[in-house]
Design a protein around this ligand. Structure first.
Ligand SMILES: Cc1ncc(C[n+]2csc(CCOP(=O)(O)OP(=O)(O)O)c2C)c(N)n1
Ligand SMILES: [Mg+2]
Length: 562
């Protein structure tokens, strides 16, 4: 028997799972990711018996469930939901929860918990979990009684979905989860009120922009997460400022746009006199916020703009900063830049943009050589040469690996925002399969392409079984260099030898997928990559193209991340 989702103010009788799920639905959850455990059965019972029923995607290893829920958060910008059984189920979720924390992804994880009425006696998997998750979540709490479940869940969802977004954790003692109560629905699925940026801070940034000859704007993940992508594009096109994007900021300025200068990154950052970074931390990916000074240029001024006060850098030397709702930031900044006192005049950065565009053009020409390489064994770049023309504008591309994914970052310039998923600054291998599942569910009509290093593939490939059982066709491409390539190269460089970096040669990951009910093939000839990708896209099943690549074609890296 099913019962309807109650509206706000209505009362409902049921066990703890029913009340937990009512709150989750009110916050927009449409799918539950999990791996079975008796401690959380009430969540499943509620998903099956209350309306609208909620699909349960059950997986083969908990990290996949949490990575999937995290990716739902990234793609839909509403919290994803993972349900983990007590003890090892929860501790298996630790790395993905940490990743969500580093990436600011809205995510709620519900954990089972040993029952209250036995607590301290040593019942199965009796572990006090919230302290373990405290440092990697926005909140980490136990709903002590069945009556606490709805309010604790509502707080968890509200916090996870409000800027700066991130993961929250709630565990529920088993006896209270199965207990029955009547609650009055209170959740309207709200987030906390928007933070208004300080207009004076925006005026100060506008002043710096007016005084700049060579500015660069960086757009990061939170510009997308904060739904500021339209305001950002408008600001960029109206001002003529050159842009570099990272994380989920990629695609806000569509690939090929004349102001997107990612391919001239070194000159852009090295010769800029002002770098404004919006919606991403000033971490190793951005040289810790130190720019300028290249080829005799003076050091650049750095401005940091974040979605909330706690995100503004405390380590970098800042010429100015602002925080708050990022749409308001972009509109306020533009208004300030062309304020009546400036008689509508804007700075003219055309010469600087032209310099960078020339460099982008030269880099694009250089890239062509790699993208069409005929080398044997295959150069990993050739895979992108074949993939790029086959990608639709709304494709979702997911990277999970080392060097192979760094090449993807270099060559894949998404045409739309929200179509690029990488592990973010936590750099956690194994995140890709869950992300691919989420992408297939959140974007049912888009291509979903999972780019796997062969090492990374080994961490989650068993979950092809889950793709097959739940009918989630995605295209997987393995850059198979038979090594943990991103570690092998640096170890060689440091010690002159490497150890613990080789994997078995030419492993048939494609046959793993066929054994689990999907499709796949191995490719050794560069000319066969394109036809294999066509077969993969046409197959309608989870399909893995296993390309043998050259282990010596390492990604030309100039940062170590340290
Ligand atoms: C969970 C986890 N374990 C280990 C690492 C360290 N690590 C970073 S890249 C890398 C190698 C990845 O190898 P592969 O996926 O085959 O990609 P390749 O570099 O060979 O293209 C390793 C082991 C990590 N980032 N995350
Ligand atoms: Mg490898």
């Amino acid at each position: 028997m099913t019962t309807d989702q109650p509206a706000v103010g209505h009362t409902r009788e049921g066990h703890g799972g029913v009340h937990a799920l009512d709150v989750a639905r009110a916050h927009g959850v449409e799918t539950m990711f999990t791996l079975s455990g008796a401690h959380v059965f009430p969540m499943y019972d509620a998903a099956v018996k209350t309306e609208p029923t909620m699909p349960i995607i059950d997986v083969r290893h908990e990290p996949t469930a949490v990575f999937a829920a995290e990716a739902i958060g990234k793609l839909t910008r509403k919290p994803g939901l993972a349900v983990l059984t007590a003890g090892p189920g929860v501790t298996n979720g630790v790395s993905p929860i940490a990743q969500a924390s580093f990436s600011g992804s809205p995510l709620v994880v519900v954990g089972g918990r040993a029952p209250n009425n036995r607590w301290g006696s040593g019942s199965l998997q009796e572990l006090d979990q919230p302290p373990i998750l405290e440092t990697i979540s926005k909140s980490s709490a136990t709903a002590r009684t069945v009556d606490d479940i709805a309010p604790t869940m509502d707080q968890a969802f509200t916090l996870a979905g409000s800027s700066h977004r991130g993961p929250t954790f709630v565990d529920v003692p088993m006896d209270e989860f199965f207990n029955t109560t009547t609650t009055t629905t209170q959740s309207s699925g709200n987030t906390t009120p928007l933070i208004e940026p300080d207009p004076e801070a925006l005026a100060q940034i506008a002043e710096l922009l007016r005084g700049s000859a060579r500015p660069v704007l960086v757009l990061g993940t939170d510009v997308w997460a904060d739904r500021a992508e339209d305001a950002a594009l408008h600001f960029v096109e109206e001002t003529g400022i050159p842009v570099i994007s990272n994380g989920m900021g990629r695609g806000i300025i569509p690939g090929g746009h004349p102001q997107l200068v990612t391919k001239a990154r070194s000159t852009s950052f090295g010769q800029a006199d002002l770098v404004i970074v919006v919606g991403t931390p000033l971490d190793f990916r951005l040289g810790y916020g130190i720019f300028g000074g290249k080829d005799g240029a003076t050091p650049a001024r750095t401005v940091h703009v974040a979605d909330s006060p706690g995100q503004v850098s405390t380590h970098a030397e800042l010429a100015a900063s602002a925080c708050g709702d990022l749409t308001t930031v972009f509109t306020g900044l533009y208004t300030s830049l062309v304020s009546p006192s400036q008689h509508g005049r804007r700075p003219d950065w055309t010469p600087w943009l032209n310099t960078l565009q020339t460099e982008v053009g030269a880099a694009t020409e250089r890239d062509k050589e790699l993208l069409t390489a005929e080398a044997d064994p295959v150069h990993p770049a050739r895979i992108y040469g074949e993939l790029l023309p086959r990608l639709a504008d709304d494709a979702v591309v997911i990277g999970d690996g080392g060097d192979f994914v760094s090449f993807a970052g270099k060559f894949v310039e998404p045409k739309r925002p929200g179509g690029w998923l990488d592990p973010g600054p936590y750099g956690c291998l194994g995140a890709g399969m869950g992300a691919a599942m989420a992408a297939r569910i959140a974007r049912p009509s888009s291509q979903v392409v999972l780019l796997y290093g062969d090492g990374a593939a080994g961490m989650s490939l068993m979950d092809v079984d889950s793709l097959v059982r739940h009918n989630l066709p995605v295209v997987m491409v393995v850059g198979n260099n038979s090594a943990w390539g991103l570690e092998k190269g640096p170890m060689q460089w440091l010690y002159g030898y490497d150890v613990a970096a080789d994997l078995a040669p030419q492993t048939r990951y494609d046959q793993v997928v066929t054994a689990l009910g999907g499709g796949g093939e191995m490719v050794t000839d560069p000319k066969q990559i394109g036809p294999a990708l066509d077969r993969a896209f046409d197959s309608g099943v989870p399909y893995l193209v296993n390309v043998m690549t050259d282990v010596d074609a390492a990604y030309p890296r100039n940062t170590t991340g340290i």
